[in-house]
Design a protein around this ligand. Structure first.
Ligand SMILES: [Fe+2]
Length: 181
């Protein structure tokens, strides 16, 4: 993997000296090596690529689950698998109920084809759009955790994109000012 850093994290997820990173990588290395995960880099997601988004969710869900003494393995793995679908949607489409309802089922089918899933992991993937989607009601604590981390990562990713955009605009404005003087 070329880029293996979660957004806003100081941890290099390729750092074999870091025991926390080693623990995380032992849980997800088989998924990170899968061509399906690499394929996600070809799809836009919250102004990033989807592979980066699922890596963000996976890392932060792992950390929080570990802190809360929940199933950190299920959270780390399902962070990577929860958006395993292969089509683009624009940010304007985010509110479309069809996408909100259908993509968790597609992600679950793709994840089942990729790896063996426990009932808890299936629940996390299928219900990660909670509370926007409430069709499937057998939720466990880890499902709520991943659903919340997914929303927080979305906010973080969109904020980072807006910040990059405003910095570019400010730099252009500054260049124009300097060009005139
Ligand atoms: Fe997501």
């Amino acid at each position: 993997m070329t880029n293996i850093k979660a957004i806003a994290s100081r941890n290099d997820l390729a750092d074999a000296e870091n025991s926390l990173v080693r623990e995380y990588r032992a849980l997800v290395d088989d998924l990170l090596a899968a061509p399906e995960l690499a394929q996600l880099a070809g799809f836009r997601h919250h102004k990033l690529d989807r592979r980066q988004h699922v890596l963000n969710v996976s890392w932060y869900a792992f950390l929080l689950a570990r802190r809360c003494h929940l199933d950190s393995a299920a959270c780390a793995r399902c962070g990577l698998l929860h958006d395993l679908f292969f089509y683009n949607f624009s940010e304007e489409d985010c509110g479309k109920s069809e996408h909100i309802r259908n993509h968790p089922q597609q992600a679950l089918a793709n994840a089942r084809a990729l790896t063996e899933l426990s009932p808890r992991e299936e629940d996390i993937i299928l219900n990660h759009m909670w509370p926007m989607s409430v069709e499937h009601c057998r939720h466990c604590k880890e499902t709520y955790l991943v659903a919340c981390i997914d929303k927080l990562c979305c906010l973080l990713e969109l904020s980072a994109a807006a910040w990059r955009c405003s910095k570019r605009r400010a730099a252009r404005a500054w260049q124009n000012v300097r060009g005139r003087n």
